[in-house]
Design a protein around this ligand. Structure first.
Ligand SMILES: Nc1ncnc2c1ncn2[C@@H]1O[C@H](COP(=O)(O)OP(=O)(O)OP(=O)(O)O)[C@@H](O)[C@H]1O
Ligand SMILES: [Mg+2]
Length: 384
């Protein structure tokens, strides 16, 4: 007997699973209000009862981990052995059968009732690839046909400059901070820039940074009320124009980060893991330490403000296998985490630096490079 579903998951199962099955499992679980571990446990239970489950394709499966109730890992291993299948095949069969038994909610029923999807790309560690990821993901989503707003929420203004755009001048009463403080003198739509490349079909809009963002924490701490909702209030007049809003987070933990996390909280009626935080990390020890601190801030915010802020996943960035076994081991360590999982691994590749030097969007600079293809795959996963 497998341990009953609903018990505290206690054991970690690490098996390869294809990115497609991981994505579909995550999405379908969220649609059904389950977490991934519970969905996997359901899938395995059903699989144990069906010895005739057909074989499936396991090509491209990558290391993946999840938690099972006590005894679940041994039960799974012995069932695979009895059936003469590998664990990858066994888990892939179970997940495929479960997905077939739980068809997707029709898109038209889903989209109408869901708010704009909001993604905060963040980690307080500097230089891990937040701007690269926020920008690349926004480009790939717009290329797919979605209407995307990417917000330069970092006072450094890197995103704005790398997309070849100008910062909003100080004292213009048109910055994001002005809108958050209620001091703006014109509609926020007038502060947006439409990225000109035909590849994005005028669907990719940028809210540029303004140097006043360095005053963010000071200015916002003086607000007497409604500070937490200030970003939602500022963006509300334009949210309906977009399918996705992406924030490029600053390399710091503080009030600005709290407010950004607050903005991507799960809204009433919104599916789990639809909006939330996407975290670029490096395959190194400081990234694990940075993440622990970041996660404690997220948890504290959730408990103090009584909100749910979902983690959408990690992106392991600047991975270079030539840097040795410890880099490989750290990458594996990230990949073996199930909640949240690793959604993509990007190499340290020259095209990003070249595009940046020219202030041209990466997908425009080299649409066929490995990074552009990887960003498109990530965008397909995030768009669902
Ligand atoms: N996968 C990659 N391949 C090559 N270069 C990369 C990659 N990812 C990021 N970079 C480069 O590394 C540098 C840091 O990346 P990025 O600015 O995106 O990090 P960040 O986390 O936004 O930094 P900050 O904390 O300052 O905001 C940039 O020069 C960027 O072009
Ligand atoms: Mg940045």
């Amino acid at each position: 007997m497998t341990a009953p579903i609903g018990e505290e998951p206690t054991e970690k199962l690490i098996v390869n699973l294809s990115p497609e099955l991981r994505r579909d499992l995550r999405i379908r679980a969220a649609e059904l209000g389950l977490n991934v571990s519970d969905a996997t446990a359901h899938a395995l239970s059903a699989w144990y009862a069906r010895p005739d489950t057909p074989a499936v394709e396991v090509k491209g499966a990558k290391s993946w981990g999840t938690y099972l109730p006590a005894g679940g890992v041994a039960r799974f291993a012995s069932e695979c052995q009895q059936r003469g299948v590998t664990k990858v095949q066994g888990l892939s069969q179970a997940v495929t059968a479960w997905l077939l038994a739980h068809p997707a909610v029709p898109v038209e029923n889903r989209l109408t009732s869901q708010p704009v999807k909001r993604i905060l790309v963040a980690l307080q560690k500097g230089g891990v690839g937040k701007t690269f990821l926020a920008s690349g993901l926004a480009q790939a989503l717009a290329e797919m046909g979605l209407r995307v707003l990417v917000v330069d929420y970092d006072p450094q203004g890197h995103l704005t400059r790398r997309l070849g755009q100008e910062l909003i001048p100080m004292d213009s009463k048109a910055s994001l901070l002005d809108h958050m403080l209620g001091l703006a003198t014109r509609h926020i739509r007038r502060s947006l820039v439409v990225l000109p490349q035909s590849r994005f079909g005028e669907r990719l809009h940028l809210l540029p940074a303004c140097p006043d963002a360095f005053l963010f924490d000071v200015a916002l701490s003086r607000m007497r009320a409604g500070r937490e909702e200030s970003l939602a209030r500022a963006l509300e007049p334009i949210e309906a124009d977009y399918d996705v809003v992406i924030l490029d987070g600053p390399p710091s933990l503080g009030l600005a980060m709290d407010i950004a996390m607050h903005y991507v909280q799960r809204r009433p009626g919104e599916l789990a893991d639809r909006s939330g935080i996407l975290m670029p990390v490096w395959p190194d020890l400081p990234s694990f330490q940075a993440y622990d601190l970041f996660d404690s801030q997220r948890r504290e915010l959730m408990s103090m403000a009584r909100v749910q802020v979902d983690e959408l996943g990690f992106v392991v960035n600047a991975y270079d296998s030539r840097k040795g076994a410890s880099v490989q081991a750290r990458r594996d360590e990230w990949e073996e985490r199930s909640a949240p999982g690793v959604l993509a691994v990007f190499g340290d590749l020259k095209e990003q630096r070249e595009a940046q030097d020219r202030s041209v969007p990466l997908l425009e600079y080299d649409p066929h490079c490995e990074l552009s293809s990887g960003l498109r795959a990530l965008a397909r996963e995030m768009a669902a």
